[in-house]
Design a binder for this molecule. Structure first.
Ligand code: GLC
Length: 737
């Protein structure tokens, strides 16, 4: 008897193990759904939904979520900012943080730093890592990356974007999006389009030529859709040619969905929707964050009063609007779900792990740009008896707090001072704040309660005790600085830093500077500093990355993704006065047209302080043997540019070969030259390496306004090869038949 029972137990146990494992294996199917499988499933679900359920899916149910359909097991969609890491949890129905204790994350470097690496492989690692953290935080949509073109150095949000060149932005955004989406988390490329300033962002109407629209402001979005297959996109706050970007017939229906074939979801910026009819007709699929003042009688029901809520439902019910409109939106939303929260293949994500910290450090270190290095100021050797004074508020100030919706609650944030202290074991590190700006609260700055004079006196006294002074200044994430919601109101360094730099120089024989910004600044103090590093906003690993470069553990290899004009009026957006920037409060005309950034400086022959693509190294590089594979090309050909990079110094290092192309005697207005290819190579000391860059002739096309399409002009072109837009080693003439 006993044996029988035992036998039965064993069988039962075996059966349960087998069932369990097959269950898991069913869940862990090997691949994601194909687009055909998804569309079939979407078509089978759509008829099951009531009109009320369909309309409800098209708008928010809370600050960062939209409803599912419980009775059919369709889940809610949860979203979170932002491009540099997963934002701390926000309350259901207000902008207040929820006060969770398990939502601290890895803060990755700002995207401007990622662009400065000129290394797409790092962008892939970035996207993969930040996507894993979003997955772990159970977010279906990560509200980033931002790719708005850097048109003016005053834009409060440039630090969130990928610089002034559409080709660089396109090349750097695609791997990020693919990396995020590999996790079954949707990226949401933003802000589509022409949101190139924060001042008056909610109301300004941008007027721009078709050429500038297609050649400068759209390419990174187009690459996100057609090369990265982005699953969602966020409409911008501003108007474009008279219609709000969140429901814009030209941008959303004609270009994004028809011409580019976008099959994902258009999500409004928060409170970016302003009309039921336009939202329904002109391409908005998911309305978020609509202000409830005057719309709802209470927080209890204000989501019902969204433009795509009851007014939309009513319009369809009484026949004023076709149900096909809501069906298309819901198809897109269901497609997003099958790619994210209804994808059975989803993993669990990872957060705050060493791998992510290493990725954050690698990107930060590779993005730092060496702008000036006289008297071999950098690297600073760690040696006994040496005293280094680290001075400036940005040596200790958090740069992940503030800045607007991209702000983060990192598990840790190594400050520049902390990083230097941990790295320098022999030298003595002393510190003084030098200046204090008060805490950065999103909407206002609490004035410093510290006496600025006493801070300066203390800093000078500290500097006198040191052999080397490292000034850590720049901007910060306060309102009217590098922060969402408005722009800087002047180009120079704020908080009287120039005065402090001058006084530091007067007492310290060797003065170097770390510029902590996401934007260019005026540099009248440049002659006072021997060494200058552009150190961006680097996130959790900031201090370690800065110490890597300052100490020489890593040879800096970043290149500027935007120009530093000497004066603000040297910048194209500011050349034409207020109507061009910031506009007259209603309209704004991008009068510099296609001549943005270095395109302006090169074509108008206005030298910048530092040029797009510029960045020094601790070693020396030269380019030689520069050539193109042919001198005559057809429009279907690829141009192969090759050259040797020679590391003539005694340190390993990385160099970025950049290839620009310009049209000679063009029949249309053109920039002198435009970036069409780049390649970053690592070379040991003394090494020479051959690199080749392939450029499709089709990429030389300009947007022909007379036919509203791209045209390739026949004739002669010049290929410019160098390691910065203003440091060309050779030009080669070719012709296109
Ligand atoms: C903000 C930003 C946008 C952000 C959204 C949600 O206003 O413009 O980038 O994703 O609202 O915070």
């Amino acid at each position: 008897m006993k044996n029988t029972i035992k036998h039965q137990y064993v069988v039962a146990l075996l059966l349960s193990v087998i069932t369990c494992s097959t269950m898991f294996s069913q869940n862990k199917s090997s691949k994601n759904f194909s687009i055909d499988e998804i569309n079939t499933k979407v078509d089978s679900i759509l008829p099951l939904l009531t009109l009320e359920e369909k309309v409800a899916m098209c708008h928010a149910q809370s600050k960062f979520s939209t409803p599912g359909v419980d009775r059919l097991g369709i889940p809610e969609i949860w979203m979170s900012d932002g491009p540099h890491g997963v934002r701390a949890e926000i309350s259901w129905d207000s902008w207040d943080y929820a006060g969770w204790t398990n939502d601290s994350i890895t803060a990755f470097p700002a995207l401007t730093c990622l662009a400065a690496t000129f290394r797409p492989e790092l962008s892939a690692q970035y996207g993969m890592s930040v996507g894993e953290e979003a997955l772990y935080r159970e977010k279906d949509v990560l509200l980033g990356p931002g790719v708005n073109i850097y048109r003016t150095p005053l834009n409060g949000r440039n630090f969130e974007y990928l610089g002034e060149d559409p080709y660089l932005a396109s090349k750097m955004v695609v791997p990020y999006i693919k990396g995020v989406q590999k996790n079954g988390v949707a990226a949401c490329v933003k802000h589509y389009a022409l949101n190139n300033q924060e001042h008056w962002r909610n109301i300004i109407n941008v007027e721009v030529s078709d050429r500038a629209l297609h050649e400068i402001y759209l390419p990174a979005f187009k690459a996100s859709v057609q090369e990265a297959g982005v699953w969602s996109i966020m409409g911008a706050y501003n108007k474009v040619r008279g219609q709000f970007a969140c429901h814009n017939e030209l941008l959303l229906n004609d270009i994004l969905k028809k011409d580019w074939g976008f099959d994902g979801v258009v999500i409004s910026d928060w409170s970016g929707a302003h009309s039921t009819e336009e939202s329904a007709l002109y391409g908005l699929d998911m309305e978020m964050g609509t202000g409830t003042d005057g719309l709802g009688t209470s927080t209890a029901n204000h989501y019902d009063h969204y433009y795509l809520a009851s007014p939309f439902l009513k319009a369809i019910k009484n026949g004023d609007m076709d149900e096909a409109l809501v069906n298309d939106k819901v198809r897109r939303i269901l497609r997003l779900m099958y790619r994210t929260n209804m994808n059975p293949n989803k993993a669990l994500g990872k957060i705050n792990n060493k791998e992510h910290h290493d990725v954050a450090r690698k990107i930060a270190t590779e993005g730092i740009v060496l702008l000036k290095n006289e008297n071999n100021f950098f690297p600073i050797e760690d040696k006994e008896g040496l005293t280094i004074a680290v001075i400036g508020e940005n040596a200790t100030r958090s740069m992940t707090a503030g800045g607007g919706s991209s702000e983060l609650k990192p598990k840790f944030e190594i400050s520049p001072l902390e990083g230097l202290k941990q790295r320098y074991k022999k030298a003595k590190i002393i510190h003084a704040m030098g200046y204090h700006t008060g805490s950065s609260v999103y909407d206002n700055i609490i004035p410093s309660n510290l006496n600025q004079d006493s801070l300066r006196i203390e800093a000078i006294a500290t500097a006198k005790k040191a052999d080397i002074v490292l000034y850590v200044g720049g901007l910060n994430k306060s309102h009217l600085q590098d922060c969402e919601g408005d722009d800087r109101q002047s180009y120079e360094l704020p908080y009287n830093q120039e005065e402090l730099i001058n006084q530091l120089k007067a007492v310290s024989p060797k003065l170097g500077m770390l510029l902590v910004t996401g934007n260019a600044v005026e540099t009248p103090w440049l002659s006072k500093v021997d060494g200058l590093l552009q150190t961006w906003y680097l996130g959790s690993m900031a201090g370690h990355a800065i110490a890597d470069v300052v100490s020489g553990d890593v040879n800096p290899s970043g290149k500027l993704p935007f120009s530093f004009p000497k004066k603000l009026k040297d910048n194209g957006a500011h050349f034409y006065g207020e109507i061009s920037y910031p506009g007259d409060g209603t309209n704004q005309y991008y009068k510099e047209d296609i001549l943005v950034g270095y395109r302006w400086h090169d074509t108008k022959k206005i030298a910048s302080q530092y040029a797009f693509g510029y960045g020094l190294s601790y070693t020396k590089f030269s380019l030689s043997n520069i050539k193109a594979d042919q001198n005559k090309y057809n429009t279907k050909d690829n141009i192969t540019v090759s050259c040797s990079i020679n590391n003539t110094g005694n340190l390993e290092g990385d160099e970025v070969v950049q290839v620009y192309i310009g049209k000679k005697n063009s029949k249309v207005k053109r920039a002198l030259k435009e970036l069409k290819g780049f390649n970053k190579a690592s070379l040991t000391k003394g090494e020479s390496k051959n690199v080749s860059i392939s450029i499709p002739v089709s990429s030389l096309a300009y947007y022909n306004e007379s036919i509203s399409d791209w045209s390739i002009e026949k004739g002669d072109y010049l290929i410019y090869v160098g390691n910065a837009s203003n440091n060309i080693s050779k030009t080669i003439k070719i012709s296109v038949q």
